[in-house]
Design a protein around this ligand. Sequence first.
Ligand code: ADP
Ligand code: TPW
Ligand code: MG
Length: 584
Amino acid sequence: MGTVEPQVASDAQTPDSKDQVTDGFQLVIDALKLNGLDTIYGLPGIPITDLTRRAQAAGLRVLSFRHEQNAGYAASIAGFLTQKPGICLTVSAPGFLNGLNALAHATVNCFPMILISGSSEREIVDLQQGDYEEMDQLAIAKPVAKAAYRVLHADDIGVGVARAIRAAVSGRPGGVYLDLPAKLFAQSIDAELGKKTLIKVVDPAPKQIPAPQSVRRALDLLKGAKRPLIILGKGAAYAQADSEIKNLIEKTGIPYLPMSMAKGLLPDTHELCASAARSFVLPGADVVMLIGARLNWLLSHGKGKTWGGKGHKDWGGQKFIQVDISPQEADSNVRIDAPVVGDIGSCVSAFLSEINSGWAKPPADWTSAIQEKKTSNVAKMAETLAKNPSPMNFHSALSVVRDIVKANPDAILVNEGANALDFTRSIVDMYKPRKRIDVGTWGIMGVGMGYCVAAAVVTQQPVIAIEGDSAFGFSGMEVETLCRYNLPVCIVIMNNNGVYKGTDTDPTGRDPAPTVFVKGARYDKLMEAFGGVGVHATTPAELRKAMEQAIRSKKPTLINAVIDETAGTESGRITSLNPSAKKK
Ligand code: ADP
Ligand code: TPW
Ligand code: MG
């Protein structure tokens, strides 16, 4: 490599000589194709417009968005759903920055993704001479990416793409940045030589077998437990070890708690699912096995009152087993007594081969106490769901969504908002793995429409998006994208006129309050503007009819579900994290 002097392709080439040369554009396309990366989520412009055109002509699916952030979120969730890095393609500086949020999101959530951005002239950028869209993108991407690379020569494209793929999917997955300067695309090299520089990545995410000793240590701890609990996180969903995980839970008889995006790994209606008794099992458990879940804020850092500790930082006394591919994850918040480092499929298989028929089920007083809690909480919830207030509230609307998801268990559920998120997570049962995708580790708003596009494209299943009216606003313009590609997506906006609620006012009387929007907004009209179906629903019956129709018709549909503007609470379930709320 490196022996071929790159030269700029010129129009003077004869058709004959054209066949014998290739260029940077083509090598990027060939490298992606060779590695089975057949879908690009992006937005065209200098210097990548021709890349999008030629990729499409070469048979790749090129999905063009209205804003790079949404293309990026689409790529990130495509990575989660498929275990292949989702590809996001943007222009330089501003397009790159728009995509960067999604790259950070992918890294934080452990989703494999590659952000490919065109960039300006290196020598001008580095001397800060003021190039078109000048920016040192590589340096800016590094802190939020798992890895970042730049390719300067066409004969290095194969290596650049291969390294990006490996970095994205091996070990703990994450977001990778690949910087492709404008000059690279036009470089032409001999086609045969170019072909030889491409790399088909062999075994990009190798199995990581756990040490036998760590497996035994974990099982010894679990065996001695009186009140064991398994927590499944989105890493477990990502790993696609669904039957192994189901076997582990059913063979041991240990109650489990799914984190938000692990819902449905086993059906939420499973007798061992402890979701409806969460606040009982966390402080009550004596040994907890974490499978693909971090002890971050979503699990109150493994300590404090949630876990039965006296003060907010006090240990509850639990022993932890942590199954994770990252050797650095253990002890990040509390002591991990039995770390098991490896990929979840291999780890859970190793547990299963040690667990024979002689495994004693957990003591009945633990499992029956959980059962009791569940029964009473489920009954309480059923009572609330059965009410039919006017206007609708979150419960009466979500009771409809719950039925629709039950009747369509293969549909993907996209979910964002505050109350719209928290209530959906607790009310709507999931029945199959990787069907629920949401705001993830950051509780980020704006993933909605990008997730809808990618979910529809990669799974070929219907998509139902339950969106807060604020949450939807972050990516709302992509309803045009849904219509353009005619995707089977049914968006339900839980329209309570604002962020958390629609009732705040400006004490000075000058402006609307920062948390409120135009009252009675008709989001359904937005969908109609692009030829999709818009429905205004004020009752559960209207909502049900519209959702059923949307699923049947497969047409892009937006249902504006009018929710009582007083129904929500500040920050949904996480009011306690709100400094101003604490002061009050
Ligand atoms: P949740 O938010 O659902 O609790 P997290 O995102 O906090 O889940 O945790 C996911 C964890 O799963 C990460 O620590 C990551 O390293 C781990 N992980 C991801 N993929 C795998 C895999 N294939 N095998 C093992 N661990 C994995
Ligand atoms: C990128 C802060 C958290 S939840 C939320 C915001 C703005 C919107 C809640 O209103 P919504 O839901 O969607 O109408 P509901 O049902 O409670 O009324 N910017 C980003 N991410 C986050 N999390 C915020 C702001 C936030
Ligand atoms: Mg709202």
